[in-house]
Write a protein that binds this ligand. Structure first.
Ligand code: NAP
Ligand code: COA
Length: 271
């Protein structure tokens, strides 16, 4: 399932963390929908490999090395996009860090590191992109990647849960402040997305893969293309009246499990 090849024609998109996982999935879908791409993160080699693949698809694409914890570097990434492609219509704040450790064992620097990347990084993206998004002829789009875990409490990931909850609050405020500028501000909340660093760290390495799978009504992990399709929709003309939304793409997971993550035992009838 894909969108038409002109669904994002004429748009320029900057995706942080666009060289891997969900961010790269969004970049590929945007390329297929006609957007010009700037992908930004720390690992230059990986970014260049991703740019080569996007160019093979026929897209215009470039990489910018950037640590989202550095507001000046984020600003420079936006400036690079505007200089290269004449503007910026879409900003996707996707870069994040996460690892499993209990709050009692978490060092203060571990907490600060994740909050810096996820929450502060998202704010720096918003602030740097605002003037260009306001000038977009298509109506600017600012999307942050969140998670429904931010609404529950997330044993093992206190830092990421708090940061993502902060992001969701920030996005509601930006929705209120930037509607007058035509900028749509939405979050996409992925469930567990297979073949990603996130699922490897949070569920596979910690031995919780089967438990997680059992809590998903649709029965499988999602694909990066599932998140990418949601992003194309929100950034296309079809998403023009949507702002302030949390688009949950999780196979129903958030509707079917308790906050402790304990799945119900199977009954005979269910087997
Ligand atoms: P991933 O491939 O590890 O993506 C994280 C990206 O962020 C990487 O490309 C990384 O690139 C970049 N990054 C990390 N720290 C950075 C920094 N300080 N500055 C700039 N870039 C930085 O993992 P993923 O699973 O696809 O996660 C992508 C997003 O989806 C995250 O926001 C995550 O919280 C969210 N999410 C994922 C899942 C899932 O199931 N995977 C579920 C819910 C939400 P460099 O190493 O090159 O910097
Ligand atoms: N368990 C406990 N603490 C950990 C940890 C783990 N698995 N990984 C890192 N930390 C701690 C470090 O010990 C350090 O704290 P300290 O100074 O008190 O020892 C702090 O976190 C920062 O670690 P550092 O390695 O210096 O950070 P970094 O800036 O180089 O890397 C991370 C950032 C730690 C988030 C790294 O995992 C990363 O780059 N992640 C990006 C990819 C990712 O997380 N993808 C999944 C997205 S859902």
């Amino acid at each position: 399932m894909t969108f038409t090849s002109d669904a994002l024609a004429g748009r320029v998109a900057l995706i942080t963390g666009g060289g891997s996982g969900i961010g790269f999935g969004i970049a590929k879908a945007f390329a297929a929908a006609g957007a010009k791409l700037v992908i930004a993160s720390r690992n230059e080699e990986r970014l260049e490999g991703a740019v080569a693949q996007l160019k093979d698809m026929g897209a215009e694409a470039m990489a910018v090395t950037c640590d989202v914890r550095d507001p000046e570097a984020v600003k420079a990434a936006v400036e690079a996009a505007v200089t290269a492609y004449g503007g910026l219509d879409i900003m996707i704040a996707n870069a994040a860090g996460n690892f499993v450790v209990s709050a009692a064992d978490m060092s203060t620097n571990a907490w600060k590191t994740v909050v810096d990347i996820d929450l502060n990084g998202t704010f720096y993206c918003a602030k740097a992109a605002y003037p260009a998004l306001k000038a977009s002829a298509h109506g600017g789009r600012f999307i942050a990647i969140s998670t429904t875990r931010a609404l529950e409490g997330w044993p093992g990931c206190a830092h990421a849960g708090a940061a993502k909850a902060g992001i969701m609050s920030l996005m509601r405020t930006l929705c209120g402040e930037w509607g007058k500028d035509g900028i749509r501000c939405n979050t996409i909340a992925p469930g567990a997305i297979g073949d990603t660093e996130g699922v490897k760290r949070i569920y596979e390495d910690s031995g919780r893969k089967e438990l997680e799978l059992s809590s998903i009504p649709l029965g499988t992990f999602g694909k990066t293309s599932d998140i990418a399709n949601a992003a194309v929709f929100l950034c296309s003309d079809a998403g023009q009246y949507i702002t302030g939304a949390d688009l949950v793409v999780d196979g129903g997971r958030n509707r079917s499990r308790s906050s402790t993550g304990v799945a119900l035992p199977k009954t005979e009838a269910a087997e």
